[in-house]
Ligand binder design. Structure first.
Ligand SMILES: C[C@@](CO)(OP(=O)(O)O)[C@H](O)COP(=O)(O)OP(=O)(O)OC[C@H]1O[C@@H](n2ccc(N)nc2=O)[C@H](O)[C@@H]1O
Ligand SMILES: Nc1ncnc2c1ncn2[C@@H]1O[C@H](COP(=O)(O)OP(=O)(O)O)[C@@H](O)[C@H]1O
Length: 282
């Protein structure tokens, strides 16, 4: 198929425990990933000039830093014919650097999409190994099912958290993952779980307290959301999510969101919208 479009969904870390730090400085995590039915979109078109072309929409950093471009370049050596190229277009909807994994998800969608476009025949495991070089969250987006993840987020056990509705609130601030993980005040000694928590509410996010103290906008978004729902930060922030039992209740809270924040309502889904879309491709 010479042209198609695929979603790159957001993820939530329903909880994120930091249980230690490896010798190379990376932190050992225990986290529950669930996808949202809220996505970026990437359009794929086959070309015959052997090149990767990328329209990255509104993003204003160099194309060579875009995870889509970097992911596509990692697949070039696997082509059967060096004339195979691709024209890619990103329609960005997810806030960059928000803890929703948008960049990693874009990379995963690029790897799976080009595997299809160029008929490379690489397995999901091969693509996940390639993707891990781009970011710790890429493998879970390739895997495509809600997961309890350990290690730096690459060791998976099956999980089926409740598929709730969420109001995601996005404070107008960019949180650096590297800054959070290098901060001396970060909690790094949460005891390892014996098994994944069935009820995600029983977990917590070890980055939340630190990020709230560094970024008052995150603290105030969380404080506001907590008036309406059980709420938590995702990843290393800045986004926070509140859990609602229906779309209507989540939308009602969104209606009264203070103007200093942006927000959207989405459903938590255990099957990635990307994998559902891939099944529809001829
Ligand atoms: C913690 C998570 C949970 O989903 O946060 P979010 O980025 O989604 O908020 C991710 O695993 C983040 O993955 P990712 O965003 O790919 O992180 P990277 O760019 O690989 O790492 C940025 C920096 O954070 C530190 N880092 C990252 C991951 C980790 N498990 N331990 C670390 O110490 C490292 O110093 C690294 O250089
Ligand atoms: N396609 C992309 N979309 C978003 N961010 C990207 C992309 N490619 C590279 N980046 C870089 O990755 C960083 C992390 O983005 P993202 O994955 O959205 O956040 P997070 O890791 O907090 O969930 C951004 O700040 C940006 O510099």
């Amino acid at each position: 198929m010479a042209a198609f479009s695929l979603p790159a969904p957001a993820k939530l870390n329903l909880y994120l425990h930091i249980i230690g730090q490896r010798a190379d400085g990376y932190h050992e995590l225990e986290t529950l990933f669930q996808f949202l039915n809220y996505s970026d979109e990437i359009q794929f078109e086959l070309t015959a000039n052997g090149e990767i072309e990328l329209d990255q929409g509104g993003l204003n950093f160099p194309i060579t830093e875009n995870l889509i471009y970097r992911a596509a370049n990692l697949l070039l050596p696997f082509r059967n014919d060096p004339q195979q190229g691709a024209r890619l277009k990103l329609i960005k909807q997810l806030p960059a650097g928000g803890g929703l994994g948008g960049g990693s998800s874009d990379a995963a969608t690029t790897l799976l999409g080009l595997n299809h476009l160029w008929q490379l025949g690489l397995t999901q495991q091969q693509l996940a190994n390639i993707g891990l070089r781009l970011g710790a969250d890429v493998p879970v987006f390739i895997h495509g099912h809600a997961t309890f993840a350990q290690g730096v987020g690459e060791i998976f056990s099956p999980a089926n958290p409740a598929e709730n509705w969420y109001l995601i609130v996005q404070p107008e601030v960019h949180v650096s993952t590297a800054e959070v993980f290098s901060h001396p005040a970060l909690t790094r000694n949460t005891p390892a779980l014996e098994k994944a928590l069935n009820e995600w509410e029983q977990g917590h996010n070890d980055c939340e307290k630190l990020v709230c103290s560094l970024y008052p906008q995150v603290a105030s978004a969380l404080q506001w959301l907590l008036k309406y729902a059980l709420s938590r930060m995702t990843g290393t922030g800045a986004c926070v999510f509140g859990c609602f039992s229906s779309a209507v209740e989540a939308e009602q809270a969104l209606q009264v969101l203070p103007t200093e924040f942006r927000g959207f309502v989405a459903k938590g889904v255990n099957q990635s919208p990307l994998h559902q879309a891939l099944k529809q491709l001829p």
